[in-house]
Design a protein around this ligand. Sequence first.
Ligand code: HEC
Length: 117
Amino acid sequence: MIRAALVLAAGIVVGCGRPALAPEAARAEAQKIWNERCAACHGVHGRGDGAGAKLLPVKPRNFGDGQWQRDVTDARIAGVIVEGGRSVGLDSNMAANPDLGKKPEVVTALVELIRAL
Ligand code: HEC
């Protein structure tokens, strides 16, 4: 009974009959991931000033830097998120997020989020 109610509630949340992760749902998940996993180092607004950044030997950059935004490709941002910093020669404190490898639409939404910082 409770299980049925949860399934029904989940159906309402994702919008009845649409694919489980509609773009809005992916954006919402990306925002949640940003707040929970990324902001600790990168800061809520991506300025590289999260509370954890103080402890890092290599500081995260300011994602609001226009020059960086122009130079970096979406593919590189997505790659760093899924494969981690080490995959492109950056610091290993930028951890991989292998679970997101199965959620390309959420990675795309994270890239969009970073592009808007
Ligand atoms: C433990 C701290 C930490 C967390 C948590 C973290 N990062 Fe990072 N991130 C870093 C550091 C440090 C670098 C810079 C590495 C370097 O310049 O060598 C980095 C680099 C990056 C880059 C590459 C920037 C460039 O210069 O190309 C992206 C994109 C990025 N992070 C996104 C994210 C996202 C999205 C999340 C959450 C899923 C996240 N990071 C979580 C510390 C962190």
